[in-house]
Write a protein that binds this ligand. Structure first.
Ligand code: P6P
Length: 320
């Protein structure tokens, strides 16, 4: 199977600015390096706490810090990258260059799964850098519709890179030589599904429409849905979204009453928006619960957002 196209040949033949392509190649290389550290785990002394907390006031794992360092170093060396933002860093980082692109990322999503060998991943979003002058933090505060590209790497039984730079969503599987091989040219999310993903332990805190929607799923064929549903919840957004891109489903991390002033748990700029672009481009839908997630206007770098995404019929049912 070594005759499969590579990420380089795919990017060379698909529309997207040269700066976007170069940034994606660098991100791809960083994800290979992160994947190697993830696979070594305890053998590489990569597990456990880093002994610090991040800007989200979350305990950092060693791999969170390592993945963030790898991406930072790689992007500093990419001529097309004018700046980047990370879930692990309070402020944006400017490379001193202008033009090109801005990269936003969650270096390692699903940290609670690192030490127990469950799939985790890297999520990234690419925005245009301002044409004139160096970027400011405001340059990063763009709604998801402005993204030039988006994607993730999922570190699971296979290491798979999923990206969208044009109308399609493509997947690349890492081969034994560390080369990204095109294995899925055009991922599509089925409109209908029988599978939902939500953390049921928060049920008593949900808004009424979410409670009603999940109750109907649980009533199965005896209720208004007329069909039985299955449930999955990995605890790593990348793994749940990947399953939805591969076979359909709906993923929900909605607002809940635990912290009423918080719109949701997930981050808009480097979790919600990139995943929403991928799912919409694959024929699915993504909402913050009320409106398309890609239309949500950011006001701060690490702001949170409610997320409902996946099979279009389910997302519109819940939004209604
Ligand atoms: P909970 C991981 O920490 C994450 O940000 C997403 O990857 C995941 O979907 C969600 O949080 C899991 O949250 O509350 O179920 O642990």
């Amino acid at each position: 199977m070594t005759d499969l196209p590579t990420l380089e040949t795919y990017l060379a033949t698909h529309p997207g600015s040269p700066a976007t392509a170069e940034a994606l190649l660098h991100i791809g290389r960083a994800c290979v390096e992160i994947s190697r550290a993830v696979q070594l785990g305890a053998v590489g002394d990569h597990l456990g706490a880093a002994g610090a907390t991040n800007v989200q006031d979350e305990e950092q794992k060693k791999l969170d810090v390592l993945a963030d360092d790898i991406l930072g170093q790689v992007l500093e060396r990419c001529a097309s990258v004018a700046g980047y933002a990370s879930e692990e860093r309070e402020h944006v980082e400017l490379t001193g260059r202008s033009g090109g692109v801005l990269v936003l990322f969650d270096p390692l999503d699903g940290s609670s799964n690192i030490d127990v060998n469950v799939s985790i991943g890297t999520i990234f979003s690419i925005l245009p850098a301002p044409d004139n002058g160096t970027p400011t933090t405001e340059s990063f505060l763009r709604s998801g519709r402005h993204q030039l590209a988006a994607g993730y790497a999922v570190y699971g039984p296979q290491t798979v890179l999923v990206i969208t730079v044009s109308a399609e969503v493509a997947a690349f599987t890492l081969d034994a030589e560390g080369v990204w091989r095109l294995t899925h040219e055009r991922l599509r999310v089925p409109t209908e599904t029988r599978e939902f993903a939500i953390n049921m332990s928060n049920q008593r805190h949900w808004a009424e429409p979410v409670r009603q929607y999940i109750a109907e799923c649980l009533q199965g064929r005896d209720g208004s849905r007329g069909k039985d549903f299955n449930m999955r919840w990995v605890g790593s957004m990348v793994a749940d979204v990947h399953r939805i891109l591969m076979r359909g489903g709906v993923f929900l991390y909605p607002w809940d009453a635990r912290e009423p002033s918080r719109p949701g748990k997930l981050r808009l700029l480097y979790e919600g928006a990139p995943m929403a672009l991928l799912v919409e481009r694959a024929g699915g839908a993504a909402s913050d619960g009320q409106r398309p997630l890609l239309d949500v206007e950011p006001t701060s770098l690490h702001q949170r957002v409610g997320v409902v995404l996946g099979s279009a019929a389910e997302v519109s049912r819940l939004a209604a």
